[in-house]
Write a protein of this length. Structure first.
Length: 367
């Protein structure tokens, strides 16, 4: 393999244990989007082994491979399933999300036809306005659904939209709305807190916390880490081989568009990774003011004029080296002056956004 992703199972287990110790409530481990780039199948197995009460994905097609690879833990679908997906979901023992009694009726009918049980949680809209029933309908949906044949109402949940904001008011309003909606309901699993909410608002922990980001070694925002530093470990590392080395003289240009000119004699390593693999797709920090946005844009433009890959670097043999020139589809160039020991076959560590990292890149698991 010339380019692959190393995933530390030890880091994943450490993060789960650190979070569990802190929140002292059951964890619903979110493994959507290929477990935030870390590989959903293995991550689901690790979190289930670590004690996750439930796993969560967004879509039916994300859950099926987990079942096919021996994951038997409960799996919650965070988004609504379509009518023609009900049979698949029920057959694979998935827990669906519903927002109306009419959906419960359809699931009951399908469960009867399959001679199985349809499991679901009721999603309510506490302010995000994406999915969910009106909070005032919660008790009615749960009560009527419980009378249907072949269904199991397992919980009620909602989603925070501003848990990292400095102003706590929106989150507290959502909490009040949620608590009012579930008042009087019993024998259900209630969950509202995401990663930020789980650390910032202990009152939101209810019967479980629904966490993704923290499990993968990242905090939703620096402010959240200040509230509770769990000493998380990063499990994710992109690695790519040096596949060629070129020597260029001062003034020579390299790469597509000839956009970078060597300011001096330079030794250039070619790596087997490019934008098709996810390189160059890192997010920028969001400016806090209009002035900051303009300033950041001008500074970025100035850097890119000198070097289209400005600000991006890789690590080889413990040293950082800048990417130079335009990043190509499956290769990039790195100036490696100052280290004559680097040779073809050496591995570089590549900074890459996890969700941008290509699904085609093999995940290699180790401690």
């Amino acid at each position: 393999m010339q380019t692959f992703i190393e995933i530390s199972e030890g880091a994943l287990r450490h993060n789960f244990a650190a979070l569990q110790s802190h929140v002292q409530t059951p964890i619903i481990a979110v493994v959507k989007a290929n477990a935030y780039g870390c590989g959903a199948i293995r991550c689901a197995q690790i979190f289930a082994e670590s004690g996750a009460q439930m796993l969560a994905v967004t879509r039916v097609e994300e859950a099926i491979p987990l079942r096919e690879n021996g994951v038997s833990a409960p799996i919650l679908l965070l988004a609504p399933a379509l009518d023609d997906e009900y049979e698949t979901a029920i057959s694979h023992d998935l827990t669906l999300s519903i927002s109306s009694f009419e959906e419960a009726q359809k699931l009951s009918a399908m469960a009867g036809a399959l001679q199985k049980t349809a499991k679901f949680h009721v999603k309510i809209n506490t302010g995000m306005h994406r999915f969910g029933a009106h909070p005032s309908k919660t008790v009615e949906i749960v009560g009527r659904s419980r009378k249907l044949m072949g269904v199991e109402v397992g919980g009620v949940f909602s989603h925070l939209h501003s848990a990292t904001d400095a102003d706590e008011t929106p989150s507290q309003t959502q909490l009040e709305t949620f608590n009012d909606a579930i008042y009087g309901l019993q024998n259900l699993q209630f969950h509202l807190a995401n990663s930020a909410g789980a650390l910032r608002f202990p009152a939101m922990r209810h019967g479980a916390v629904r966490v993704g980001t923290l499990l993968y070694g990242q905090y939703p925002a620096p402010s959240i880490q200040k509230i509770a530093d769990l000493n998380l470990r990063d499990p994710f590392k992109v690695r790519s081989c040096v596949v060629a080395i070129q020597n260029v003289t001062a003034g020579q240009k390299i790469g597509y568009g000839q956009e970078w000119s060597a300011p001096h004699d330079a030794r250039i390593a070619i790596l087997a990774v490019g934008y098709a693999d996810g390189l160059s797709m890192e997010p920028n920090a969001r400016p806090q003011t209009p002035f900051g946005a303009v300033k950041a844009g001008l500074e970025r433009a100035a850097r890119l004029k000198k070097n289209p890959s400005a600000g991006k670097s890789v690590e080889i043999q413990g040293q950082k080296f800048p990417i130079v020139g335009r990043i190509a589809m499956q290769t990039c160039a790195v100036e490696i002056n100052g280290n004559e020991q680097i040779q073809i076959g050496d591995l570089a560590t590549i900074p890459m956004r996890r969700l941008a990292a290509g699904a085609h890149l093999r995940r290699v698991y180790g401690e």
